[in-house]
Design a binder for this molecule. Structure first.
Ligand code: ADP
Ligand code: MG
Length: 697
């Protein structure tokens, strides 16, 4: 086996390979495009394409594909071979700059939120040179952005790229004002920690719900769950560890900085965290990670579940989005340094984040909303649906002292009795203890913890970048004409912290009291996706995206429609799956068991009236009653699904209907089903149980 440093990036057309394989002038021109966003000449693209093709063919490639992230939430690819007829019945292998730069997939087969209706069906994919091309399964993959014929964005990547540009420009302007004129670019950096479940493939194949919806729609609790805390960080089982090993190696080959792996809280749950990188690449890499997680599981007789809540009653899966800003001179703008109280740059960027999170709580909640994630938020396993920020004791005290105009006594400088400085730097550890906060400062970055495990991280990051960029722009406008910078800075920082202190909460986010307290503070508590989406098209949100040139009102509305539709469709599929499972498997199975019980009781009675049959009779009565109820609830669910057709055409109305009138019946049906499962002989129950699923690997 190749050593890791040699293996790492071996399937990526990275900087090193560009330097090796491109003429100097081409390399320089390409670097200008990658680093400074300068447009690329077709002649340069031709040379790059040819070098890429030669490299890919050496690795056994026959095809190339533009790889993009449409609004489906998963990636899309369409493979073309390099072959080109040479006229005498032979072929040569060709790849032109034009093919590298532009593709023309049919946009009409991807969600477009009504944008396409008014325009042509054609769509364009355009090469994103900031994310390197790579080789997978005999194809050269080219990361691309996806838009309609007339230029409307149809993907998750374009707004992210725009927002990165935007926040870079605004941060640079502000840094220049602070005297840091050597900074020319600021990158938003992201490290997404990815949770997932691994279960046995044979068991999975037996569950219609898992196959069609990614989660169990029925399933009584196993006698054991996560209460012993014996899985978190526990020893990794051989089968799982060989899976993880292969996953790491495949990710490394693709240049993904897979770093940490461990068992998570729930049985069969695990986590993988990479080392952070720029937001765009982190996004592409996270998509690749999820795809490889699923694919490699197959080889090990396993299935990787990325759903936010595959099993009721045990923790679901999320994704922690660690986010920061770093300059091209290597500075982390959210690093407090030794003396944060004197670090105006840090305080200014911190203030921008505080203001952004407070003013756009709704957007942050919206960006993590999905049918799957609604099961987690607010369920005491994930942050609540209320967005707030955690700053930790040290930083919290500093912000408080700024608001109150008091002197800040740095706790980080406290001495131990030995007289030794406890920690030379601002204490990072004190900021990391609160695991219940949705948006926590963790030393030198913010950790947005409300994301669902299957989410494409493009959306939360473009929203985050945009809202913070917008605040930075306002700060710049306020400070640019100040006679004296320092007093103006102090005034601004104090004012922002004072006006937005309600968003800071260092306590237990799972506590009942927090819900009341948050309400008093006027914070939003948007419990489900339809609740959250009520705010999506609020004027302030439209203004934010339009003002920052991330997308137009029409493009935003398209996104709104697509996500709402997806939500309704997902619940619809879940409801239909439940009905199918209930009618075709569960009712017949329980009926058969009742029949066996009845026959047993009758047989006993025919032998002698003296043989007790009370056990059978109790079970027969109980299960028969439950069957009646179960069957009634199934019909109710069928009706509810049919009535969805009567909703108005408004996507929000439909989604709200699914939440209030379909999802609620699903929960009732499930409750009866699960209670029948606990009374039915395993021989008759038609599906693998939670015990088998969760403890089967
Ligand atoms: P924990 O489980 O305690 O949250 P991990 O070490 O598992 O911590 O994950 C922390 C993540 O944060 C890693 O992906 C790490 O690379 C990332 N990270 C660290 N510094 C930054 C930064 N400046 N910007 C973005 N992400 C960062
Ligand atoms: Mg974390």
């Amino acid at each position: 086996m190749a050593k890791v440093p040699e293996m790492f990036g071996s399937m990526v057309f990275n900087d090193q390979k560009m330097q090796e394989r491109l003429p100097k002038s081409t390399y320089k021109a390409l670097k200008k495009t990658i680093d400074d966003g300068e447009p690329l000449d077709l002649s340069v693209a031709n040379v790059v394409a040819s070098a890429m093709k030669d490299w890919a063919i050496e690795l056994g490639c026959t095809h190339y594909t533009h790889w993009f992230q449409p609004m489906t939430g998963i990636t899309a690819e369409k493979h073309d071979s390099f072959i080109s007829p040479n006229g005498d019945g032979q072929v040569i292998m060709e790849f032109s700059g034009k093919e590298l730069i532009k593709g023309e997939p049919d946009a009409s087969s991807f969600p477009n939120g009504g944008i396409r209706a008014t325009f042509e069906a054609r769509g364009y994919t355009t090469w994103d040179p900031t994310s390197p091309a790579f080789v997978r399964d005999g194809s050269l993959y080219i990361p691309t952005a996806f838009c309609s014929y007339t230029g409307e964005i149809l993907d998750k990547k374009t707004p992210l790229l725009r927002s990165m540009e935007r926040i870079s420009n605004e941060a640079v302007k502000l840094l220049h004002l602070l005297g840091e004129t050597d900074v020319t670019r600021v990158a938003s950096t992201v490290g997404p920690e990815q949770e997932y479940f691994l279960i046995d493939r044979e068991l999975y194949e037996k569950r219609e719900d898992l196959k069609l919806t990614g989660r169990t729609l029925f399933g009584a609790k196993a006698p054991k769950g996560q209460e012993l805390d014996d899985h978190y960080f526990g020893a990794i089982k051989t089968r799982v560890s060989s899976y993880m090993k292969e996953l790491d190696e495949e990710l490394w080959k693709l240049g993904v900085l897979a770093k940490t792996k461990h068992n998570e809280v729930a049985p069969s749950q695990h986590e993988l965290a990479p080392i952070f990188t720029t937001a765009n690449i982190a996004n592409d890499h996270n998509e690749l990670t999820m795809e490889l997680m699923e694919k490699i599981a197959e080889k090990h007789g396993l299935v990787c579940l990325l759903h936010e809540k595959p099993f009721a009653g045990v923790n679901g899966s999320g994704k922690h989005n660690n986010w920061s800003l770093s300059t091209n001179t290597g500075e982390n703008l959210l690093s407090p340094g030794k003396f944060p109280e004197k670090n105006f740059r840090f305080l200014l960027f911190l203030a921008a984040v505080v203001k952004a999170v407070d003013e756009y709580q709704d957007l942050l909640r919206i960006t993590v909303a999905s049918a799957g994630n609604d099961h987690r938020l607010g369920a005491n396993e994930a942050p609540p649906a209320i967005i707030s920020m955690y700053l930790g004791d040290d930083l919290g005290a500093l912000v408080e002292s700024i608001i109150e105009g008091k002197e800040y006594v740095s706790r980080g400088k406290q001495k131990m009795e030995t007289g030794v400085d406890v920690l030379p730097d601002f204490r990072k550890d004190t900021s990391d203890r609160n695991r219940t906060s949705p948006f926590a400062f963790t030393g030198n970055k913010f950790e947005f913890r409300a994301l669902g495990s299957s989410l494409n991280i493009g959306c939360p990051n473009y929203m985050l970048n945009t809202m913070v960029a917008d605040e930075l722009a306002q700060f710049y406008d306020e400070l640019k004409d100040a006679d004296e910078l320092e007093p103006a800075l102090k005034k601004l920082i104090k004012r922002v912290f004072t006006e937005h202190q309600r968003i800071i909460f260092n306590g237990d986010n799972y506590a009942e009291e927090w819900v009341e307290e948050a309400e008093k503070r006027g914070l939003l508590n948007l419990k489900s996706l339809p609740d959250a989406y009520v705010h999506f098209m609020d004027q302030k949100n439209i203004d934010l995206f339009v003002r920052n040139k991330i997308c137009s009102e029409e493009e935003l509305r398209a996104r709104y429609e697509i996500e709402l539709e997806t939500y309704s469709k997902q619940i619809n599929i879940e409801a239909l799956t439940m009905i199918d499972m209930a009618k075709k498997r569960i009712i017949p199975s329980v009926t058969a068991y009742v029949k066996e019980l009845t026959e047993t009781a009758l047989a006993k009675k025919s032998l002698s009236e003296a043989i007790p049959t009370s056990v059978e009779e109790e079970l027969i009565t109980s299960l028969s009653n439950k069957l009646v109820c179960f069957s009634k609830k199934t019909s109710e669910l069928e009706d509810a699904v049919i009535k969805a057709g009567d909703c108005s055409a408004d996507a929000l109305d439909i989604a709200t209907y699914y939440r209030n009138s379909v999802f609620s019946v699903m929960q009732e049906l499930r409750a009866v089903g699960d209670s029948m499962e606990t009374e039915t002989s395993q021989k008759y129950w038609p599906y693998p149980t939670y015990t088998e699923l969760l403890f089967g690997v």
